[in-house]
Ligand binder design. Structure first.
Ligand SMILES: Nc1ncnc2c1ncn2[C@@H]1O[C@H](COP(=O)(O)OP(=O)(O)OP(=O)(O)O)[C@@H](O)[C@H]1O
Length: 260
């Protein structure tokens, strides 16, 4: 059982070094249960590396983290409580969409009846029922993405890590995705949402973290991030993001320099 009264995610000084490159440097964050945490950062900032550490796929070089109350060094304890949609969802071309989801459900602690019911309802929600019995090799990018998201949330994990969930989706499907994320958070699922589409984060996130050159350089709710500290005036999330992630002139080549 997962301790229900602890934060969904807690990290302390989480750091990942790849040789000379510090991909993530001393990230400390707390994500409350049932919230949407928008995780932003320029290309190469360390978002995927952070998600890979939190989903137990990569070990940190130093620092600690607990997900759903369990240390990320204990993969067996953490895995049942998380779902992950990576950039390239792990799906098998030779299976049908439904078979893929049944397979994913089979890896989780779900009764067959619960699995069948949830698969059916999520396929319907994402308008995939008509294609559910076709092989995935014939699916479009958006259809694959839908399967990837469904399998990340099917078992109702404590935390779903979603990397660009609206990628490849048409406007209607992207809206369904946003509504689904909001619904899941209403039902106490925590969504760790990494995307470059700032309006999606502005709409959905309770809290935002901005990572830049491996460092968490800003955290707060959207309104706080958008208000300019000096004047209190409000800027768009895009403007805030661009200002926060601008390399200061004094840093010179900050983007390329390894952090300590
Ligand atoms: N396996 C690896 N080996 C060596 N360096 C890596 C590895 N994975 C990531 N890096 C480096 O770590 C840094 C952070 O990469 P990461 O993929 O976490 O960024 P990101 O924020 O997800 O970027 P994007 O938005 O482009 O997906 C980059 O400098 C990258 O080159």
């Amino acid at each position: 059982m997962s301790p229900a009264d602890v934060p969904a995610i807690e990290t302390d000084d989480l750091t990942k070094q790849y040789g000379e490159t510090t991909a993530v440097s001393g990230a400390t964050m707390t994500v409350d249960r049932g919230t949407v945490y928008g995780f932003l950062g320029p290309n190469g900032a360390g978002k995927t590396t952070t998600m890979r550490m939190l989903t137990t796929l990569t070990r940190p070089t130093s620092g600690t983290a607990r997900v759903a109350g369990y240390p990320i060094t204990d993969r067996e304890a953490v895995t049942p409580h998380i779902g992950y949609l990576p950039e390239e969802p792990p799906i098998y071309d030779e299976l049908t969409g439904r078979e893929q989801l049944e397979y994913a459900a089979g890896l989780r602690d779900l009764t067959e009846d619960d699995a069948a019911e949830r698969i059916e309802s999520l396929l319907e929600r994402f308008d995939l029922l008509a294609d559910a019995d076709r092989r995935i090799e014939g699916y479009s990018k958006g259809m694959r993405q839908k399967v990837g998201v469904i399998q990340a949330v099917l078992h109702e994990p404590v935390v779903a890590f979603l990397d660009e969930p609206t990628s490849g989706l048409d406007p209607r499907a992207a809206r369904t995705m946003r509504e689904t994320i909001a619904d899941l958070a209403d039902r106490e699922m925590t969504i760790f949402l990494s995307t470059h589409i700032l309006p999606v984060v502005d709409e959905l996130a309770d809290e935002i973290g901005v990572i830049h050159d491996g460092k968490l350089v800003a955290q707060g709710d959207p309104e706080t991030l958008k208000s300019r500290a000096e004047t209190g005036e409000t800027r768009s999330l895009e403007e805030a993001f661009l200002e926060i992630t601008q390399d200061s002139p004094a840093d010179g080549h900050a983007a390329g320099s390894p952090a300590e």
